[in-house]
Design a protein around this ligand. Sequence first.
Ligand code: ADP
Ligand code: MG
Length: 257
Amino acid sequence: MSANPLLRVDRLRKAFGGLMAVSDLSFEIEHGQIKAMIGPNGSGKTTILNLISGVLPPTGGSIHFKGLGITGWKPDAVARRGIARTFQIVRLFRELTALENVMVGCHPWAPAGLLGAALALPRARQAEGRIREEAGAWLEYVGLGGRAQELAGNLPFGEQRLLELARALAAKPSLLLLDEPAAGLNDAERERLCALLLEVQRRGLTILLVEHNMDLVMNVSDEIVVINYGQKLAEGSPDQIKNQQEVIAAYLGDSRA
Ligand code: ADP
Ligand code: MG
């Protein structure tokens, strides 16, 4: 346990009726880390991201971020404090352009009202150059610079995933929560994602990465936490987790060990 982690989750619990989806879970994320969270389907990973991002209120336990208790905060407040996320099932505004989707991501820091104006009539849009410029820069950053005016719904799936990442980055978070960002990507796209995550880390961001693809996890993670039945099964460096392969195989099945 470090004195000053970026995120501290302590004895977190979430019950859905009689089902304990997250059960007395404690872990920390250090500043600048890429921490991966792995575990079988249904083990509670997405629920954990929902609890951290304020989408769901916890049943018990606490979440501290930048030293401040954020337990039970609403998603907007959590976002303004500096946590952004992507979703396991891509959630884009399909009828908005790629650029507009990223502009929406600027909402935690954009002055109230300006974002609405920026998305409104062409003349009002011109007035809001800063948000457009920022959003455009993030599109370039993820390699979608040429796609700015495409409707999000028309982009190929891999580019939609990257667009979601650009939208999350546009919020200028200190902590990025990614829910299976490599799911559905081809090999080339996954390699690009891998390089991008390391580049994002070099910029000083901290990442909590929920991911099934073990190549990606092993290549980018500083630490891995293994979740099973909403509980922490193991935690350590990629090498340490690899060395516990047999333990993990017993729980997660060979494919993920
Ligand atoms: P993972 O992301 O690891 O696949 P989830 O967090 O999605 O796991 O799900 C953990 C468990 O909680 C599963 O049994 C799932 O069915 C249940 N669950 C998740 N969200 C809800 C919800 N909103 N209402 C009821 N049960 C849920
Ligand atoms: Mg999930």
